[in-house]
Each structure stands twice: as C-alpha cells, then as structure tokens.
Design a protein around this ligand. Structure first.
Ligand code: UT7
Length: 337
C-alpha cells in the first residue's frame, strides 16, 4: 500500500530574542505573570522586512537538505499560516517563487494552530492516492508585526512568537505496517461556534462597512487578534485530550506504546493538563514554548526539529501529535517517524 513518510524536517527562528523582561519595558506585564500563566520565558521576533515566506524559505531549505531531496523533485507545497505575506495570493506562491520551482501545485490552508495537522492530512491523502510523490509542508508565522502592544492586547501579545517549521513527505510502498516509518493517520475536527473566541475581525468582507480597513477599525484595534482566553484554554485541554484518545484507540495503541508526543505550544499549562488527563509521563512530551512562545502553525514541525537536534526524536519512534486553535479547529495524528 502507498503511504507517506516524513523524510526531512527543518525549522527557522529569527535571531532577535525577546525575553519577558524585554516585554515589561513596553507592555503592562511582568515576567512573573507570563511565566506562571503560560510557561513562556522568551520568543523570537522577525527583523523588519523579514516576512512569513522568508522564514518558511529557511525552514524549507533545511527540510529539503535533511531529506536529501532536490527542490526540483517537490510536486506540491502546502503552506499553513495565519499571518500571510499579503491578504492574497496565498503565501505558498511567494515561497514557491523564492524556492524557484514554478509550475508545481501550491495550496495555502487557514487552520491556524491546527494548520500543521490539517496540512499533514492533506499531504498524506494526495500521496496515498498516488497524485504526488513528494510534498513540502510548511508552517510559518510572523506575528510580531500584528500584535496589540497596549494593555488591551497584552493577553495575546505575550503569547505569540515568530518562527517556521517544515517537513518533506515522500511516497513509499509499505508492507509491514507495524514497523515501517509512515503517517498512520490524522484526525481532523472543527467547530465554528467558537470562531469568534480567537480571531482577527478585520480586514474582512463581514465588517459591514464601505471599506475593509478604515480609521475606526484601527482605533478599535479590530485588526489585532482578540481572544477569550479562559474559554479557549478549557476547549483546548478538552478537545486535544479527546482527539488524542480517539486517535490512539483507532490505531490500537496506548500511551505506553508512543515514544514522543508533540503538542501545539499555546500554553504549558494546557499541555501539562492534557498529559495529566491521559497519564502521559512528562518526559515523553516535547515542549518548546519556553523558548519560542506560540508560533501557531509552526509549533509542531519546529518542535520536531528541535527534538531531532537534541537526539530526542529518532527514526522508528512512534509519534503522536495534537493541536487546538482558532476556528475552533483541532486534531491529532499518529505516525512512525
Ligand atoms: O494557540 C491557540 C490557542 N490559544 C490558547 O490556547 C490560549 C488559551 N488561553 C490562555 O493561555 C490563558 O487564558 C491566558 C494565558 C491567555 C490568560 O491566562 P488566565 O489565567 O486565563 O488569565 P485571565 O485572562 O483570567 O487574566 C487574569 C488577569 C486579568 O486581570 P484581572 O481582571 O484579574 O485584574 C488580566 O487583565 O491577568 C491580567 N492579564 C495580564 N496581566 C499581566 C492578562 N494578560 C496579562 C499579561 N500580563 N500579559
């Protein structure tokens, strides 16, 4: 049977480190508050002029190099982001131009923090069907230029960081499904009733004003992310735990069988609560939020790359992924790396 294997992983974070103490200098917040409520100690912010596709390019080139695959061999780009270079066209087209591979398919997806798992599922299906053999899947974000740096937006502003992660997926014929490296399955969910609990209201066609962006929009801060943190927190813990439990059960494995868990990095307390509910030993959960904050679509591939570099992700390991985010969207995946 035809299945997809992750054959390369890469990531990139901008050089500029912004600690919680740096944030105290311009925002009504404190290192103590951020650390205690989120686990975050620092995040990276892009340099002026460094855009989402720039970060993605660096991560993609590293993923291609680690896969030993020439960019010309890629059949498709799937790009997950909520901070695109422009309103349209999709950022995948800008990345494709930078990679120098005109003509191949490019698809942007809007699944926010669950973007990587949705993208993995889409890539896996294209490969299982035999449509494409090699797919570059990227999650990349530049949040820093879109954050409300006043007290009004401090709940969100302290959370987000800039960064990118990428994987190369390759088609392979699999015979012994118990041992070989491939994506076993992805489980996707959404509930639009939660759409306005974490969102950016403008610019957009639903604004009901003659112009999508005007001075009122700017004054009201509608172009910044808005979040009902407590509601999102509870939903994240519930849905990630639920989806992961169903995913493991469907594939006939238990927490003990899984070597590493990569969760979306929104809040360390969310991940600790999910681990506690499922009785996952802390050492199996690989967290990076302390260093990078929440890089939304990039958190999972960035975490995988960090784990690889630290020797904590090795070929043959059984790996589970889970994420929850704006939409609401959430999902999980099981793969043998
Ligand atoms: O990635 C997508 C999914 N995103 C998430 O999953 C995020 C989910 N939510 C959260 O992580 C948490 O709700 C937050 C970290 C955002 C907030 O933590 P919380 O424990 O829910 O705090 P809160 O919103 O209830 O705020 C408590 C207090 C408030 O002050 P009062 O009303 O008690 O006086 C806030 O105004 O903390 C205040 N506050 C801050 N103080 C210092 C909110 N943000 C900050 C801040 N610094 N950055």
């Amino acid at each position: 049977m035809l299945r997809s294997e992750i054959i390369g992983v890469g990531s990139y974070v901008p050089d500029r480190v912004l600690t919680n103490f740096d944030m105290e200098k311009f925002l009504d917040t404190s290192d103590e508050w951020i650390r205690k409520r989120t686990g975050i100690e620092q995040r990276r912010w892009a340099a002026l002029g460094q855009c989402t596709s720039d970060l993605a390019l660096e991560a993609s080139q590293e993923a291609l190099k680690s896969a030993g695959v020439a960019v010309a061999d890629i059949d498709m780009i799937i790009f997950a982001t909520l901070t695109p270079d422009h309103f349209f066209p999709g950022t995948g087209c800008f990345l494709q131009e930078k990679l120098g591979v005109p003509g191949i398919a490019s698809l942007d997806i809007r699944q926010q923090c669950t973007g990587f798992i949705y993208g993995l599922s889409i890539a896996d299906h294209f490969i299982r069907c035999g449509t494409y053999k090699k797919i570059l899947l990227v999650g990349s974000e530049v949040h820093s230029s879109g954050l409300d740096r006043t007290t009004r937006g401090r709940d969100v502003t302290v959370l987000f960081g800039d960064g990118a992660g990428a994987v190369v997926l390759s088609a392979k014929e699999v015979s012994d499904s118990d041992r070989e490296s491939f994506v076993l399955g992805c489980h996707l969910h959404a509930d639009g009733r939660g759409a306005k609990e974490l969102w950016i209201p403008a610019p957009g066609s639903a604004l009901g004003r003659p112009d999508r962006i005007d001075h009122e929009v700017l004054n009201e801060g509608l172009h910044y992310p808005h979040m009902n943190g407590k509601k999102v927190f509870i939903a994240a813990v519930t849905k990630m735990a639920e989806s992961l439990t169903a995913c493991l059960r469907e594939h006939g494995v238990t927490v003990d069988d899984v070597d590493r868990f990569f969760f979306h990095q929104a809040n360390l307390r969310i991940n600790d609560a999910v681990a506690e509910q499922l009785k996952i030993p802390a050492e199996k959960v690989f967290n990076t939020i302390q260093k990078f904050g929440n890089t939304t679509a990039a958190t999972i591939p960035l975490g995988m790359h960090e784990a690889l570099k630290a020797g904590e992700l090795k070929k043959g390991m059984l790996v589970a992924l889970a994420a929850f985010g704006s939409g609401y969207t959430w999902g999980s995946s099981l793969l043998r790396y």
